[in-house]
Design a protein around this ligand. Sequence first.
Ligand SMILES: [Zn+2]
Length: 193
Amino acid sequence: MAILPILEVPDPRLRRISEPVAAVTDEIRTLIADMFETMYDAPGIGLAAAQVDVPIRLLVMDLGDGPEDAEGNPGPNPRVFINPEILEPSEDHSVFNEGCLSVPDQYADVERPAHVRARWMDEHGVQHDAQLDGLLSTCLQHEMDHLNGILFIDHLSRLKRDMVLKKIEKARAGGSAGSGSARPAGSRRKAAA
Ligand SMILES: [Zn+2]
């Protein structure tokens, strides 16, 4: 397995439209394993193949809502979505404070449909059709945006989006570019996807 470099704004490759996955080959299975390793290392809760420069309709997710371990802590819950589609977005909306591994260290409230009916294939080629809500619904919509070249900051006002991009530019210019960017003391680590 390998940790893959994650594309960051303003890389134009993040704006490509991803192509459908034709079949779950060994190559795809290796990519899925690498994407999980990359996501856990970042750390993040979701990652689209487009973010690691492979423009195909594949994404991985782990919201840490798996079966509890002996101490009662929720366990990992790796999920794979291949060629996902949203069939029925709900009319009611919810707001989550979103972050993105391609928009480093920036978070903003984004409003999206609260529930969605979605269809996708998993890594075993099994088709799923399910109603999703809460963080799972939001995270799937965030990741599916990546497949269409859209970033969460595109859902913000132009003013807010420009502020976010300027902050990233400033952080890079301030010498914190590269790996291991410093976080302000006491800041809680939030989930990015
Ligand atoms: Zn993202």
